[in-house]
Design a protein around this ligand. Sequence first.
Ligand code: COA
Length: 434
Amino acid sequence: MNYQAEYEAKRSTAGALAAQVESGWLIGMDAGAAQTPTIMSAVAERARNNEISGVRVQTLLDVYPLEFLADNSLFGRLTSEAWFSGGGSRRAVNGGYGDIIPNYYRDIPKYIRAMYDYDVFCVSVSPMDKHGWFSLSTVSSYSPAMIEKAKRIFLEVNDRQPRAVCGAQIHISQVTGLIEVSHELPVLPPTKMDAISETIGGLIAEQIRDGSCIQLGIGAIPDAVGAALKQKHDLGIHTEMFTDSMVELIACGAVNNSKKQIHRGQTVTTFAFGSQRIYDYIDDNPGIALLPVDYVNDPNVICLNDNMISINAALEVDLWGQVCAESVGTKHMSGSGGQVDYVRGACQSKGGKSFIAFTSTAKGDSISKIKSVLTPGAVVTTSKNDVDYVVTEYGIAHLRGEPLSRRAQQLIAIAHPNFRDELRFEAKKRGILI
Ligand code: COA
């Protein structure tokens, strides 16, 4: 097999690949650094010139400045359908020119296989190895399902992409066309650490025993918890998103994955996003497995590790314990991602716990994130029946299995003091506090 000759025969330009796109196509891309900004710019150019229309693009966690997410005049010609919004797709949804597909992250491959036919799957990969394989690098996620379903596969081969030796791969024989690029991967700006997040991180760290297996969600508070775990020993990682704070925990020796029941000795994740340090860590490292999300985020897999601890953020929580992590009222902010997958997986695990953590107020103490009722339009991410522990800088409330009145009491006790009287008054008026 002369893979190099096949590679050369498939080597193309962004313009030539974009020229193959026809009106009405469905284009698939995966998360963050797996996306193909150069090919998508060329496709956007064709849409701008009215050469194509009715093209839909499915993405997750957009971090590149993709034109069809920034330019509302492309709506209808090149339109986004996000599996999880962040960055550009959040703006497109709030601007009324981008759509979202509600889901639990673990289910996306199932929907892809059952419901969607992709005309092309576009993905960024690391350079080909001598056997003709490309590593899908920092992202496994739902890419294997899209590869199965796509009629064509376009690659952006980026020499800056790390090679994930225990991650998804694609072979040159499966590829329709490729271009070579060389640019830095997108970087997540470091989260701002302040005294309140440190307090929350410390409160949760007290609840985590040595030897536990952790998942940290997206946002400032999960990062603060990561920072507070540096003194622990023998921690393991089974997580959706691999972040900088986890590289730090591995580097300082707090994580060695030695007590895990599955994938012992190995960190498990479905995608990575953060700084260059993460990408350097992943490169050629058998200590980290980037596996498909229908496996990694399956609560029945998550719970196989004992003492599984999940830590995720929220925007508001009502006195029933309903968790909103996706909108501020009607303003769209995010997707469900794997929050519920990990809440359920952790609670099914022997010795497991799940924490939903957030600062007690927003906007300079003017808004309480603990509400008597959710703000109209708020989207429930984790239900009252799934929620376990809720944490603010004022303490920890345990809700799972507790009666409503006890839930309300505990939540009011960890609300900001300025809002406790009002919350108590509302709760009494509604018969929640008895
Ligand atoms: N009312 C009004 N504004 C609020 C608010 C509230 N109740 N809560 C937060 N905000 C504002 C903040 O002030 C901030 O505004 P700014 O951007 O102007 O500073 C903004 O909303 C974002 O809030 P913040 O708390 O800083 O968000 P974060 O970056 O820590 O992310 C989530 C929090 C919930 C959006 C994020 O964790 C998420 O996307 N979760 C859903 C998916 C998930 O949990 N996945 C888990 C597996 S990875």
